[in-house]
Design a protein around this ligand. Structure first.
Ligand code: HGY
Ligand code: MN
Ligand code: MN
Ligand code: MN
Length: 399
């Protein structure tokens, strides 16, 4: 089966016709539809399905109890109006790579698995890589069950709706212990492969990154009757902090983004009582991320004093640097005719798994270099090159 045929089966699922972006939040209709599509594709290939109670689905070729499995896969969920490829490409190419291995007459000597991890983006419940973090114990069931989405729905409600018992959330050391290594294929979320004129690359590292919630509190009041000199307007402190984050990031060659804001009461004719925003901060080293967040926090407090407002900064999820397994990385790069090796500023489930098993990532070229946007793209030819590369890697590791 060629890439486009399989891809077109999922391309319409969760796509917003207005923006062309995808609304595939974990455990919502479109993402549940993708999960059942994945289950049927796996069963059609004679793979054995396993669900870990954390929302993660595993499809095994061979008996997983034999252990030392080579796991691949990625996630189905998206950011709001995200691109088509971020996540699903790693799962569709994995299905096709298994088809390719079989077409080549390969029989694995180690189990091969495809994972569909839950809530990698954290778009619904706010905690990125929730499924893989629950699997590995990086997040406790208690913390996960305390999460709610923007409509106030709890994770437990979603799990129950999709037939899972929230009481079964939690680490799966026995499942993790059966995984020998993990290789995730992902669309590149940058321009390195365009500039390097290569269809496929290999990851060297994931930048340290994290999310901090910023709560700006002031005094709500009437937009028309309140003198400018009498205001304690948190929007002002917030606006200043956005500019400060941008400036401090540029000074440090780091990346700072404030892409999500909530205002209360969010009325045209009312000075806000509160502004809640999320800072996404990333850099090549953890120390730089820490220094960036400290500088932004200090500037925000300084400005709050001047505005007569208050600001609270709360870390929500912080990930250290991920250096991928050098032996596995170099073995894969050599296998792929010395494919370029590049770092990424994007977080992935591979970053979580890398703390437990030798882990690597493959990237497929994205002609726009844009991601977390409908502009994200990949050509069929490059996606098929990704299938062949993943098939070669699985053949090398498992057959
Ligand atoms: O935010 C990230 O870097 C990833 O796409 N979840
Ligand atoms: Mn993403
Ligand atoms: Mn992703
Ligand atoms: Mn009025």
């Amino acid at each position: 089966m060629i890439f486009r045929e399989l891809w077109d089966e999922i391309a319409p699922i969760g796509r917003d016709p207005e923006t062309g972006g995808y609304l595939r939040y974990a455990w919502t209709e479109p993402e549940l539809e993708l999960r059942s599509w994945f289950r049927s594709q796996a069963l059609a290939r004679g793979l054995t399905l396993e669900e870990d109670g954390n929302g993660n689905i595993f499809a095994w070729w061979g008996d997983p109890s034999a252990g030392d499995a080579v796991l691949t896969g990625s996630h189905f969920d998206s950011v709001p109006h995200g691109g088509a490829y971020d996540g699903p490409l790693g799962i569709v190419t994995a299905l096709l790579a298994i088809d390719d291995l079989r077409a080549r007459g390969k029989t694995p000597s180690r189990p091969i698995g495809i994972a569909a991890f839950a809530e990698e983006e954290g778009s619904r419940f706010g905690l990125a890589c929730l499924g893989s973090r629950l699997l590995t114990g990086a997040v406790t069931p208690e913390r996960a069950l305390a999460l709610t989405d923007r409509d106030g729905h709890t994770l437990a409600e979603s799990l129950l709706k999709s037939g899972h018992d929230p009481a079964t959330l939690g680490p799966r050391p026995e499942l993790l212990g059966r995984i020998g290594c993990f290789v995730e294929l992902h669309v590149e979320q940058g321009r390195a492969l365009i500039e390097g004129e290569c269809p496929v690359g290999v990851a060297s590292a994931i930048w340290p990154h994290g999310r901090w919630r910023l709560d700006f509190t002031g005094e709500g009041n009437h937009a028309g009757t309140t003198l400018m000199s009498d205001r304690h307007d948190p929007m002002l402190t917030f606006a200043f902090t956005v500019l400060a984050a941008n400036k401090e990031a540029r000074l440090r060659d780091a990346h700072a983004t404030i892409g999500r804001v909530e205002v209360a009461p969010n009325a045209t004719n009312a000075i806000p009582r509160e502004v809640r925003a999320w800072l996404d901060a990333r850099a090549g080293e953890s120390e730089v991320v820490d220094a960036l967040v400290a500088a932004v926090t200090a500037k925000a407090h300084e400005r709050a004093t001047r505005d007569g407002t208050r600001v609270a900064v709360t870390p929500e999820s912080v990930s250290g640097a991920t250096e991928f397994d050098v032996v596995l990385r170099d073995r894969i790069a050599a296998l792929l005719d010395d494919a370029p090796i590049l770092p990424t500023g994007a977080g992935h489930d591979a970053g979580v798994l890398s703390g437990h098993v030798p882990t690597a990532m493959l990237f497929v070229r994205n002609p726009t270099g844009i991601s977390h946007s409908p502009a994200e793209s990949a050509t069929d030819a490059d996606c098929e090159a990704g299938v062949v590369s993943l098939s070669d890697v699985l053949a090398d590791l498992a057959c």
